[in-house]
Design a protein around this ligand. Structure first.
Ligand SMILES: NC(=O)c1ccc[n+]([C@@H]2O[C@H](COP(=O)([O-])OP(=O)(O)OC[C@H]3O[C@@H](n4cnc5c(N)ncnc54)[C@H](O)[C@@H]3O)[C@@H](O)[C@H]2O)c1
Length: 261
C-alpha cells in the first residue's frame, strides 16, 4: 500500500514544471494521493498550469482559478473542492509575491509601505486564509496536514531577499499559531524551508546567481537541492509518518543553513 492511498490534496502554487509545488505534487501522486490544483486567474496562467499538471500524468485535472489575495476566491475554491472531492487531507501552500523592484541588494531600506504589505499579504496571510477555509473539510476528513514553503532568509539576512525574508518570518510564525489552534481538529501545520531552486519566483530575487556555486562548496551534501528532495519531505509531512509533527519548520537545503562561515 502506498503511503498516501485514499488521501486527497489541494495544491496551490504550480506555475510550471519547475515550481516547488509541481515537485511536491509529483511526489504526492507517486505515493497514491489524489490532487486538485489552482492556478492564478487568466488564460495564459491557466494554460501554463494545466500543461504542468498534465505532465504529472493527470489527464483531466480538477483545476480552478485562485487569486489568494481574494477571500472570495479562497471561499469559492474550497466550496467547489468540497463538492468535487469527498474529503481534504493535505493542503500545499507554495506561493509568494513581492514587487521585484525591491528585491535587490541594498534596496530593503527603500521598501515602500504598499510593497511591504503586499508581500506579507500574498506570501504569509494567505496561509491563514487558506487554512481557515480548508479547516472544516479537513476536520470532517479526520484532520490532515497543511504545509507551506519557506526559505532561510526568514531567519538570517540574505542580501536581496529583503521583504521576502520578512514575509517568510511571518509565514513560519503564522504556521506555528495555526498549528496551535488547529491541532484540536487533528490538523497539523508545518513549513518546509527549501534550498535555492531556479523558478519564476526565485529569478525575481536579485543577487542569487552565485548561490548555486557556493552551495557546491559549502553545503554539507556538496550539491544544490532538487525539487524531489522537497517533494519527499512533503510526502512525509502529508503521511502518518509525521503524525506527531506540527508547528515545525523543516530545512530541506542539503544542510546549507547549518554552516556559519
Ligand atoms: N525557488 C526557491 O529557491 C525557493 C526556496 C525556498 C522557498 N521557496 C518558496 O516556494 C514557493 C513556490 O515558489 P517557486 O520557487 O516554486 O516559484 P513559482 O514561481 O514556480 O511559484 C510561485 C507561485 O506563486 C503563485 N502566486 C503568486 N501570487 C499569487 C496569488 N496572489 N494567488 C495565488 N497564487 C499566487 C504563482 O502563480 C506561482 O504559481 C514560494 O513560497 C517561494 O517563496 C522558493
Amino acid at each position: 500500500m502506498a503511503l498516501l492511498d485514499g488521501k486527497v490534496a489541494l495544491i496551490v502554487g504550480i506555475a510550471n514544471e519547475r515550481s516547488y509545488a509541481w515537485h511536491i505534487a509529483q511526489s504526492l501522486v507517486e505515493h497514491g494521493c489524489r490532487c486538485g490544483f489552482t492556478h492564478l486567474p487568466g488564460e495564459k496562467n491557466e494554460r501554463r498550469t494545466r500543461r504542468a499538471v498534465e505532465a504529472l500524468g493527470i489527464a483531466e485535472p480538477w483545476l480552478e482559478p485562485l487569486d489568494a489575495a481574494s477571500d472570495a476566491d479562497i471561499g469559492a475554491v474550497m466550496e467547489k473542492f468540497g463538492g468535487a472531492f469527498d474529503r481534504l487531507d493535505v493542503v500545499v501552500h507554495s506561493i509568494a509575491f513581492a514587487d521585484r523592484e525591491w528585491l535587490a541588494k541594498g534596496k530593503f531600506v527603500e521598501t515602500p509601505r504598499a510593497a511591504y504589505l503586499a508581500a506579507i499579504d500574498i506570501s504569509a496571510y494567505t496561509l491563514l486564509g487558506i487554512a481557515r477555509a480548508a479547516a472544516p473539510l479537513m476536520a470532517r476528513s479526520g484532520g490532515g496536514s497543511v504545509m507551506a514553503m519557506s526559505y532561510y532568509g526568514a531567519e538570517k539576512v540574505v542580501p536581496g531577499y529583503n521583504i521576502m525574508g520578512v514575509a517568510k518570518a511571518a509565514l513560519e510564525c503564522t504556521a506555528r499559531y495555526l498549528a496551535a489552534e488547529l491541532g484540536e481538529k487533528g490538523i497539523r501545520v508545518n513549513t518546509i524551508s527549501g534550498g535555492y531552486l531556479r523558478t519564476l519566483a526565485s529569478s525575481a530575487v536579485g543577487g542569487t546567481s552565485d548561490i548555486e556555486g557556493h552551495n557546491l562548496e559549502r553545503a554539507p551534501l556538496r550539491r544544490n537541492v532538487e525539487g524531489s528532495d522537497v517533494g519527499k519531505t512533503a510526502v512525509y509531512l502529508a503521511s502518518d509518518l509525521a503524525s506527531g509533527v506540527t508547528g515545525e519548520n523543516i530545512y530541506v537545503d542539503c544542510g546549507v543553513n547549518t554552516i556559519g562561515v
